[in-house]
Design a protein. Sequence first.
Length: 507
Amino acid sequence: MSQHEHVRVAVIGSGFGGLGAAVRLRREGVTDFVVLERADSVGGTWRDNSYPGCACDVPSHLYSFSFAPNPDWPRTFSGQQHIRAYLEHVADTFRLRSHIRLNHEVLMMRWDRDELRWEIETSRGTLTADVVVSATGPLSDPKIPEIPGLADFPGKVFHSARWDHDYDLRGKRVAMIGTGASAIQIVPAIQPEAAHVTLFQRTPPWVLPRMDRAISGPERWLHRQLPFTGAARRGLLWGIRELQVSAFTKRPNELGLIESIAKRNMSRSIKDPALRAKLTPSYRIGCKRILLSSEYYPALARPNVDVVASGLAEVRGSTVVAADGTETEADAIIFGTGFHVTDLPIAERVVGADGITLAEAWKDGMESLRGATAAGFPNWMTIIGPNTGLGNSSMILMIESQLNYLAGYMRQLNVLGERAALAVRPSAVGAWNRRVQERMERTVWKSGGCNSWYLDANGRNTTLWPGTTGEFRKATREVDLAEYEVVRMPVGTAKSAEAAETAEVVR
Ligand code: NAP
């Protein structure tokens, strides 16, 4: 990269969001863009999470782009390797490789008020861009809790999203920390080879059976020959999930029925009443993410697995100590403790028009307009931004809605001409978030009696969308200019302090 190369758009990240943005930009006729990726390959969370047993708990025909259907998904819930291969395939099919800059970690980006553009410092040099699309995702930076004594643990320590495939678990005593979506896939996968697995469970999850099966040859043939059959399958999967939304967002009591299915899933495998009591949640199902597994409980019933119903509190040499005082000897500690979601590290690296970072702007909680644009950060947009997550359906649907919004944003900018930027009005952000938070009050995520990664440090749900994916699609169809200020530079102005003063805001 040459010093201060300039592009129309810089996309950050090459997971579903970043690759989707790249395809959409091309489709809109924008070819002057780069995709900056800190790792050495594309794939985002599906590249980073390679732990044993890793698979998606949303059916593949829904967990894929509508514009890049894959008739050859091997299973109803495909594994990480197939999803990663799908994303590589998307990068090839849409000829995105020439735009992608691997091993380019974004270190800092600053809004240049004089030039109305972003200055982006990467690990391989600096470039500028009129627009930044931040597609770094909420599940990209692993979180390991601060545990006294952990640094002196003599054995192996790693996070689920940074699996050490060179470490042989055979014959090892493993302390598995956490019982989220990652951990419940890891435990059944490592139990057969580990000498012993001790699972540190702070809060038991609700786990439903996972109806996974191979997609048969004839089914795949049908989807290849008659693509509308694949689309119909996707439509059905989508429709069922849309119908479930109101139970999560308006009538959590209706979810009680699903709790009985989860309890049956447990009692089928867990015969010991004491263990069953430990594993039974005391909050409404759906308050935390509902997990899907038909292997988790059978694995917990195996003689080489113990459940400690308490969080990890301390490490003393090779002894792992739970908050309730239980002590366990371990050779390895594996953290399935999730990600920095409401305290995104990338937010520390974005400096907006007022000279403050996005992290500072969001110190009381993440806020954006339509999950995309943030006040004080002109021409900066995020994919899977605040309140765009889902509790029960495919994030790809939300990403595609945001791609529509991105396309609308680029069209508006093109109409306004080159020396213009869009700055979202704080009043528009405020109004949007008031509506979102009002709707949040009735949701199971707020009233279900649990603590989850959906909530920030102030207890506000700044991560999930409290409606259907159809509603979000409608809300992101167009960019409403009334929600933005158009910031312009007079034509012919050179970069100077004077230019900054003469930059005008057109209302
Ligand atoms: P997570 O859902 O945030 O779970 C973290 C787990 O770590 C929780 O059980 C938490 O307990 C526990 N924990 C934290 N500190 C602890 C301590 N000191 N001692 C014991 N336990 C501790 O993280 P994740 O499992 O990686 O999943 C994150 C998200 O990624 C999921 O919700 C999902 O959206 C996505 N994901 C999806 C799939 C899939 O599609 N199948 C798979 C993996 C991940 P508490 O519950 O008490 O806080």
